[in-house]
Design a protein around this ligand. Structure first.
Ligand SMILES: Cc1ncc(COP(=O)(O)O)c(C=O)c1O
Length: 376
């Protein structure tokens, strides 16, 4: 397979480990191994004794049981683990799709959600969010773009990069449409559990639709990206069996220490999620004040969930130049919207990290030095 470079990941590869102030990361504040082990009594000895042989390809049964607890109707047999969410996306798409299949994908999007299909020779319709509707999704698009060869709809809720989500009524309408037309519905739910209001949390698609596939991961809400533990959840056992066969050609099985640590994290999920939501909520308040103060320069559609938002610039400059100058002068990393193949007027901002206030102070310093703007 020949595939186009993943723009956002290439940009991160260049700047992430050199920039002192990451103001665009999508994962929440992480933990050290020590901090995780401290969450469970006697875990230190067990960790040192943990066997480092191959693990079960589906994922450790106990880990899958903990993951299944994140859903209301699923058992461990309906969970299949991968090395991060990225492998889950890759294996799912390669398993489900054939050349010339048609697929509808929400846009803007994390690039692998549509690029893999393009590389496979599929027809891809991008279902654009409407900024005027606070990044809303218009369901007419589905009706207008359905084709005889449409096989699946791919959405990401809560959404990267806007932090939008939809109502459960709207999700039900999408499910109804998928059901009526016998489509798979893959929902990238990696930011699930980071809803600011619990009532905004949608049911997981795997719980409510037989051809629904939920994608989850330890990276985002749990802040444990370095574990590289992700999963898909679905009641479609035939699809799971096919994915299992495909994984034999990718990673075969998970890392044993990661499975051990992921289990501890999931057993202590309330503490971890509350800690991360507290960081997000405190950071959001600072961002609200910042964007009010500099409303002549930026347009802020406040996210409803997750650790990232998509900000529009109102000044007459292309956003890539702005972001490059900012990282050079203040060491603050933002992601310009061309990385999403979107436009030249938005950037992604991240607020799941503890040092976000320092990064924001640097951004403000830059704004004061480079824009002739009064603090009105
Ligand atoms: C929407 C979305 N899906 C999948 C991924 C991949 O997650 P991971 O790095 O854990 O594989 C990301 C990472 O940024 C993401 O934002």
């Amino acid at each position: 397979m020949k595939i186009s470079p993943f723009k956002l990941e290439r940009y991160f590869a260049k700047y992430e480990f050199k920039s002192p102030y990451l103001l665009s990361s999508s994962d929440c504040e992480s933990f050290s191994i020590q901090e995780l082990l401290n969450l469970e009594e006697n875990s230190r000895d067990k960790f040192f004794d943990h066997w480092l042989g191959y693990t079960e390809s589906e994922g450790d049964p106990e880990l899958r049981t903990e993951i299944a607890n994140l859903y209301s109707t699923l058992s461990k047999d309906e969970i299949f683990c991968f090395a991060g969410a990225q492998e889950g996306i890759f294996v799912f798409l390669n398993t489900l799709l054939d050349k010339n299949d048609h697929i509808i994908v929400q846009f803007p999007a994390y690039q692998s959600l549509y690029e893999i299909e393009k590389a496979m020779g599929c027809e891809v319709s991008l279902w654009k969010l409407d900024e005027k509707l606070q990044w809303g999704l218009n369901l007419d698009f589905l009706h207008k773009n359905l084709r005889d060869n449409t096989k699946a709809i791919i959405i990401n809720l809560p959404h990267n990069p806007t932090g939008m989500t939809i109502s459960s009524e709207k999700l039900s309408q999408i499910v109804e449409f998928a059901q009526k037309n016998d489509l798979y519905l893959f929902v990238d739910e990696v930011y699930r559990y980071l809803e600011y209001q619990e009532m905004d949390r949608l049911p997981a698609i795997a719980d409510i639709y037989s051809k629904g596939i939920s994608l989850g991961v330890m990276s985002k809400a749990f802040g444990l990206a370095g574990l590289r533990i992700g999963w898909v959840a679905t009641k479609d056992m035939a699809l799971l069996a096919q994915m299992r066969a495909f994984k034999d050609y990718t990673t075969i099985c998970n890392s044993a220490p990661s499975e051990f640590l992921a289990k501890i994290a999931l057993k202590n999920k309330s503490k971890i999620l509350q800690r991360n939501l507290n960081i997000i909520n405190a950071n959001l308040q600072l961002l609200d004040s910042f964007f009010i103060k500099y409303k002549q320069l930026f347009e802020w559609i406040r996210p409803k969930a997750g650790s990232i938002g998509f900000v529009k610039i109102k000044f007459d400059q292309n956003v890539t130049d702005f972001c490059l100058d900012l990282v050079e002068k203040q060491g603050v990393l933002l992601l310009p919207s061309p990385l999403y193949e979107f436009d030249e007027k938005h950037f992604r901002i991240g607020f799941g990290r503890k040092n976000m206030p320092e990064a924001l102070t640097r951004l403000e310093q830059y704004v004061k030095e480079n824009f002739n703007i009064g603090e009105k």
